[in-house]
Structure formats: structure tokens, C-alpha cells
Design a protein around this ligand. Structure first.
Ligand SMILES: [Zn+2]
Ligand SMILES: [Zn+2]
Length: 306
């Protein structure tokens, strides 16, 4: 009798179960900062990528400096796990003031830096803003009301919210993830993915994971499938000619959306949330083809007030 050989060359029945989730690594922001510095060299968006690198480094510091934050109680956790609801849902979660502590840590990292006048004005405004104003901006951002946001302040607000959510996800560990009712949304916080990645090595070899735009958790999804509508037909791929084959836009003709996909087998240095910012030319290309992006990169929100 012949054994069935499956795609990765291993024997069916002998491969371990597909890991459904990939927990957020504690060094997530440091990895992004380092990669953004590398990508900035000679890039057309160099100044912007250097700023994003500095912000990511500040997030890395803030994540370590932030005291443990309050978590949902046992009753809420049990309820969420039973019904497949995200434990740290952006919709239902009552935000603790600790997120503003994360913001203070981030802003403090820019103290004493030689900043352009415009950036220094933004930081002054963030420093003196009332708790109500900051909470209002945070709610607008999480609700996707980007037109209400100040373009200069938005990356700092977003950066602090990411730190706060990553902190909670790290504290909860395995209890952060549920088997979600909606496969296209993050099983930890219910946000849209920022991108997807085809991983290499170990049990994750060749598997595609979606990466949360807010809490950086990852969850498995089969390849060639739209995470917005679930369609497996009418999927096409765009990439920038002459640019890396390792980055493509996966476009769905059913719902006219796209999500970038990053292939680590073609470039092991990729850090999707960082390389996403350095490949805005691909966004412009698929935008011209009439596709809308599924999830935002919170450090670059189009449609904010300038
Ligand atoms: Zn999430
Ligand atoms: Zn679709």
C-alpha cells in the first residue's frame, strides 16, 4: 500500500497538527524597529521609515516599562472561550487607563531628540492633552473613524494601543486565544489582519498565518483564500515588477479587497508589519486596480486630518 505524500514532502498521518495560533513574541516591536532601520537606507520614504523605526523602538521600551495591566475576569474569560468570542475584543473591551501610561512611555522616548518643528509640536500636544481627549482619539482609532484623527498624533495613539494590547496578550498567554467564530478576524482581539505571512521551519513550514494589526497575534489560514469574505475563487496576485517576489498583494474579486502576503521562503529577513510600510507602492498599484485594503497598518492611517 502506498502512503500518501502531502505537499511538504512528509507522510500524511505523521505530520504534527497544524499550529492554529502563533503567540505574539515579546520582542515584536524591537524586531520591527530593527527591520525598519534597514529598510530606510536609500528608500524613497526614508524619513518616514526612520520615524516608524524610532516609534517601534519606543514601543519596545514602553512594553517593558509598563506595569502589568488588569485583565478580564475569570467569568468573562470562560464566557469568551465557550462562545468563540475574542477575549480582548476591541468592541467589548473596557480600556484601562494603563494604555495612556504606555503613551507616556513612548512620548518620553522622543524627549531630547532633535525633531523637525512639526513633530515636536505634535509631541507637545500629546503631552498636554487631557485624558478625555486621548481616550476619544483612541476610541475613534479603534472604531476606524480615521477622519476624526489628527495625522500627526495618530501614530502615537496607535502605537500606545498596540503596546497595551500586546501587553495583555502576553500576560494571558495561551488563554488569550479562542477558536474564533469568524476566521478572518484576530482570535485574541477581533481586529483585521495587517498582512499575512507564509512561514518557514518546523511545524509551521509552508503554512500561511494572518497577523493582527493591533495585538500582533497570528492565526492560521489556508492559502489562496480571502480573509474578508472567505472566497477561494477569483483570487489573484499582484506584485511590483522588478521588486521583490517575496511580497505580493492577494486580491479577491468577490469582495474587491486585498491583503499583502509575505513569503519568508523567498526572503528570510522579512518582518511583515515593517515591510508593509516599505511597500506602499504595491498598495498604490492595487488601489488603482480597484481593490480596498482589508486591514490597516496602524502606524500609517490614510484619511486622517493633516
Ligand atoms: Zn489581535
Ligand atoms: Zn473576498
Amino acid at each position: 500500500m502506498q502512503s500518501k505524500i502531502i505537499q511538504d514532502g512528509s507522510l500524511a498521518g505523521q505530520i504534527p497538527d497544524i499550529p492554529a495560533f502563533r503567540a505574539v513574541p515579546p520582542e515584536v516591536f524591537a524586531e520591527r524597529a530593527q527591520r525598519l532601520h534597514t529598510l530606510a537606507d536609500g528608500h524613497a520614504l526614508e524619513a518616514y521609515l526612520r520615524f516608524a523605526a524610532a516609534l517601534s523602538a519606543a514601543q519596545s521600551y514602553a512594553l517593558q516599562a509598563l506595569s502589568p495591566v488588569p485583565l478580564p475576569d475569570e467569568h468573562t474569560l470562560a464566557h469568551c472561550h465557550e462562545h468563540g468570542l475574542p477575549v480582548l475584543s476591541v468592541d467589548g473591551h473596557r480600556r484601562d487607563p494603563a494604555w495612556r501610561e504606555a503613551l507616556r512611555h513612548i512620548v518620553a522616548q522622543f524627549d531630547g531628540n532633535a525633531l523637525p518643528a512639526q513633530a515636536s509640536d505634535v509631541l507637545k500636544r500629546v503631552r498636554v492633552a487631557s485624558a478625555e481627549a486621548l481616550d476619544g482619539a483612541a476610541s475613534d482609532l479603534l472604531e476606524g473613524a480615521y477622519a476624526e484623527l489628527d495625522a500627526g498624533e495618530a501614530p502615537f495613539i496607535a502605537g500606545a494601543l498596540q503596546v497595551y494590547w500586546v501587553k495583555m496578550a502576553l500576560q494571558l498567554g495561551e488563554r488569550a486565544t479562542v477558536n474564533p467564530a469568524q476566521v478572518g478576524l484576530c482570535p485574541v482581539c477581533g481586529s483585521h489582519p495587517v498582512a499575512s505571512v507564509v512561514r518557514i521551519g518546523g511545524a509551521q513550514q509552508g503554512l500561511r498565518y494572518l497577523i493582527c494589526s493591533l495585538c500582533a497575534s497570528e492565526w492560521h489560514m489556508v492559502r489562496v483564500k480571502c480573509s474578508a469574505c472567505g472566497s477561494t475563487s477569483g483570487i489573484s496576485y499582484f506584485n511590483i515588477e522588478a521588486a521583490s517576489e517575496a511580497i505580493k498583494a492577494e486580491c479577491c474579486d468577490e469582495c474587491k479587497t486585498y491583503l499583502k502576503i509575505f513569503y519568508l521562503e523567498k526572503d528570510t529577513a522579512l518582518v511583515p508589519a515593517a515591510d508593509d510600510l516599505a511597500s506602499l507602492a504595491l498598495d498604490l498599484l492595487v488601489d488603482q486596480e480597484g481593490y480596498n485594503r482589508i486591514g490597516p497598518n496602524l502606524l500609517f492611517l490614510p484619511g486622517t486630518q493633516t
